[in-house]
Design a protein around this ligand. Structure first.
Ligand SMILES: Nc1ncnc2c1ncn2[C@@H]1O[C@H](COP(=O)(O)OP(=O)(O)O)[C@@H](O)[C@H]1O
Ligand SMILES: [Mg+2]
Length: 232
């Protein structure tokens, strides 16, 4: 695996939050190197900074110190449009609580990122192809018969599969997942991990954070976040 090119690198990432008069140092020099095609799990206790770290890797938040680079491009040096494209197209996010839009049906939730990345005029040109891709993703995720349902009409496992479809819509180079099974019973959670395993088998690079040892063990490599750093 390590012979594959490096896709994502975090070096000495620091992040603290102000809590009233005090500062909480959450990340204190966290490092991570991910190679193309890897499935990496970051395990850590609740409050250890996993979500903070994942948000920084995905360009949703900035480190106070340290560098995150994607294919040797420093996120901190990207222009606003470039960083937006990174968040919307290069990376796909899956969250613990799905974050689907209840006003939209399943199919619309899945193709939404394609609308966002094109803007209205561009969207008109690609919408047929985008809808076809979204339908294909629903098929791959065994959700065909749910395309017109609203998220609130689905089970937790189905909602998370919709969220995975949305994350994959723009063919991300990197899938980032934050406790993707944290709200599911273990059988349903296993189904979600099977989907990740399948995607990784097809070459998808994945970074998943979790507090659950058994979930983490499904990844190809497990690293531990403790005391603000990645343990060696
Ligand atoms: N926006 C924020 N403002 C203040 N404190 C925060 C913020 N986000 C996270 N924290 C604190 O940072 C620590 C790590 O949070 P988080 O990254 O969510 O941990 P984890 O995902 O491992 O449970 C926690 O103590 C949390 O309270
Ligand atoms: Mg978290």
């Amino acid at each position: 695996m390590s012979k594959r090119p490096v896709i994502l690198k975090a070096e000495s990432v620091h992040k603290s939050y102000r809590m009233g008069a005090t500062r909480v140092n959450v990340l204190k020099g966290a490092d991570l190197t991910v190679h193309e095609g890897e499935f990496v799990a970051v395990i850590g206790a609740s409050g250890s900074g996993k979500s903070t770290f994942l948000h920084i890797l995905g360009g949703l938040d900035r480190p106070d110190q340290g560098v995150v680079s994607f294919q040797d491009r420093d996120l901190n040096r990207m222009r606003a449009w470039e960083l937006n494209r990174y968040r919307n197209e290069t990376v796909g996010f899956v969250f613990q609580f799905y974050h689907l839009l209840d006003e939209l049906n399943v199919l619309e939730n899945v193709y939404l990122p394609a609308m966002v990345s094109r803007g209205i005029p561009g969207w008109l040109g690609v919408r047929r192809a985008a809808k076809a891709r979204a339908r294909g993703l629903l098929e791959q995720l065994s959700l065909c018969d749910r395309a017109r349902h609203k998220p609130y009409q689905l089970s937790g496992g189905e909602r998370q599969r919709v969220a995975i479809g949305r994350a994959l819509m723009n063919e991300p180079r990197l899938l980032l997942a934050d406790e993707p099974t944290g709200n599911l019973d273990s059988a349903t959670g296993n189904g979600i991990l099977n989907v990740f395993e399948q995607l990784n088998g097809m070459g998808q690079t994945i970074v998943m954070v979790t507090h659950d040892e058994r979930v983490a063990q499904r990844a190809g490599r497990v690293i531990t976040l403790t005391d603000g750093k990645v343990k060696r």
